[in-house]
Design a protein around this ligand. Structure first.
Ligand code: HEM
Length: 480
């Protein structure tokens, strides 16, 4: 039985983050046994990485009663007072209530109420891309911020320096800083948390106090804003307003419900904004690098426009229009999953799996990237090829990446329907209205972009140069 270190230790645990791109690739190589498991210690934490869908299914689904908690690190959890945060809460009764509310508000039929918002925002974004193509990446961020703020709070962001967006972005920055593996000594030596805040070297405690207040405000301010709107009878329907509404149409007096809605609403921006931007950025990068795929997708969209005399909508998506676009979306998600190691799970009790002893509180990581680049499931996995999913020329259709990319078991992403709709409509409008090509330098030479990825819980294709060419057919139908 394996109980401790194996050869599969991250190259340099003190300096390389578990989330480094090199690391998730490395873990995939090392875990090439039948179930692709790796177990090791890093900075006082025992970690198990699951590299195959079989292992993920065995633990996250079949033994979900034991593998649905989250790790609770000292800095990001205890000192930051994040016990109630969706991203740190164990799978207890409160968490079940969070998930029930999210499921009610974001399931496949409920999420249709956000289609109008997603369409309007995508339309505006494409218009912005055409007007100021140099700011492409900002436009993508604005789109995600607009949609998540509308969904969560019915709040319309302003284009520049929006207060709620700024505090939410700052909270995300803090969230990833405090959760960075290896950054905080107190995560390896939890007893340090008892140092008085004034003690030399205990600056982390003072930071945690300030940051924790900031993160709480990020949820509290927009939540309070919705309640004020409701009291004045002018609230736009949203995740928060619907859940806070009592049977008489007023604001609930139930303090517990109010607090639960505050914490669930506060999770939507952090969970939804970065992930969807990452996917669209990868999509644009892949379209630029694979002009023949872009051509084919644009032919489909053009044909749709010609037949219908309008741009596609999410209703068309729902009835299966533009199937090749769906295959592109699947391949974008597979080729570079935005959360390459999902969110970490934690074992509630001791367990044994495949000869491995897994003690309680072990961090369990589903290596989404590794599963999406498994040569047996996806031959030549590094090649971007939407035809994996078209069944063209009798080709065997490969596994749907969405079964993995949105995470696992009882903690699977509750926002996946909202996410998919937003991604599809942005992609459809972009294909209709613009073409993305490689940039050309001042000497007329094509700039060959490097393929690189940022490393954090949500990973992006690194910034790249590009050229945007407007397509008038689509633009004429886009409206103002
Ligand atoms: C392409 C876009 C997205 C991807 C790839 C994605 C992926 C994920 C993944 C991998 C997890 C962790 C699952 C696990 O622990 O096994 C997760 C959790 C979560 N996602 Fe998403 N997500 C996306 C968009 C969204 C959106 C738009 C929302 C909200 C509207 C959202 C809300 C959440 C929440 C609240 C959680 C935490 C669930 C929990 O801890 O129980 N996500 N997501």
């Amino acid at each position: 039985m394996h109980t401790g270190h194996r050869n599969g230790v991250c190259p340099d645990p003190l300096t390389s983050s578990l989330l480094d791109a090199g690391c998730w690739r490395a873990e995939k190589r090392r875990g090439s046994g039948p179930k692709g498991l790796i177990s090791f210690h890093i900075l006082g934490r025992r970690i198990v990485i699951l590299n195959t869908k079989t292992a993920a299914d065995d633990l996250f689904n079949k033994r979900s009663s034991n593998y649905s908690d989250r790790p609770f690190p000292t800095m990001a959890g205890t000192l930051m007072k994040r016990e109630k945060s969706m991203f740190y809460i164990p799978y207890n009764e409160r968490c079940k209530t969070y998930r029930k509310l999210m499921q009610q508000a974001l399931n496949s039929s409920a999420s249709q109420q956000y289609w109008g918002i997603e369409e309007d925002s995508a339309r505006y974004t494409v218009r912005q891309i055409v007007d100021t193509p140099d700011n492409l990446f900002q436009h993508l961020r604005r789109n995600a911020a607009f949609v998540t703020m509308k969904v969560a709070y019915g709040y319309t962001i302003s284009d520049y320096n929006d207060h709620f967006v700024e505090i939410a972005e700052e909270a995300m920055r803090i969230g990833s800083l405090v959760a960075a593996p290896g950054k905080w000594l107190v995560d390896s030596i939890p007893a340090l948390r008892f140092l008085p805040a004034w003690f030399p070297g205990a600056g982390f405690k003072r930071l945690a106090k300030t940051w924790s207040e900031h993160m709480y405000l990020q949820s509290l301010e927009p939540h309070q804003w919705v309640k004020d709107q409701m009291e004045n009878g002018v609230a736009q329907p949203s995740f928060t307003s619907r859940l806070l509404q009592d049977t008489n149409g007023g604001v609930t007096k139930d303090k517990e419900l109010d607090n639960i809605v505050l914490w669930t609403g506060g999770a939507l921006y952090a969970a939804g904004a970065d992930t969807t931007v990452s996917v669209i950025r990868t999509f644009l990068f892949c379209m630029m690098m694979h002009p023949s795929v872009q051509d084919k997708a644009q032919k489909d969209v053009d044909l749709f426009i010609q037949q219908e005399g309008r741009l596609p909508t999410l209703k068309d998506w729902d009835r299966g229009a533009l199937p090749y676009l769906n295959c592109i979306l699947q391949e974008v998600l597979r080729w570079h999953p935005p959360a390459p190691m999902a969110l970490f799970h934690s074992a509630a009790r001791d367990d044994v799996y495949e000869d491995y002893h897994i003690p309680a509180k072990t961090t369990i990581i589903g290596n989404v990237w590794g599963m999406m680049h498994d040569n047996d499931t996806y031959p030549k996995p590094d090649i971007f090829d939407p035809d994996r999913f078209t069944g063209v020329n009798g080709r065997k259709i490969e596994d749907d990446p969405r079964q993995v990319v949105f995470g696992f078991g009882r903690r699977i992403c509750p926002g996946l329907y909202v996410a998919e709709a937003s991604l599809w409509i942005q992609m459809a409008f972009m294909l209709a209205c613009v073409r993305i090509e490689k940039a050309v330098d001042e000497n007329g030479r094509v700039v060959e972009p490097e393929v690189g990825f940022t490393t954090a819980i949500v990973s992006y294709v690194k910034p790249f140069s590009y050229k945007i060419v407007a397509r008038n057919n689509g633009l004429e139908l886009l409206g103002q």
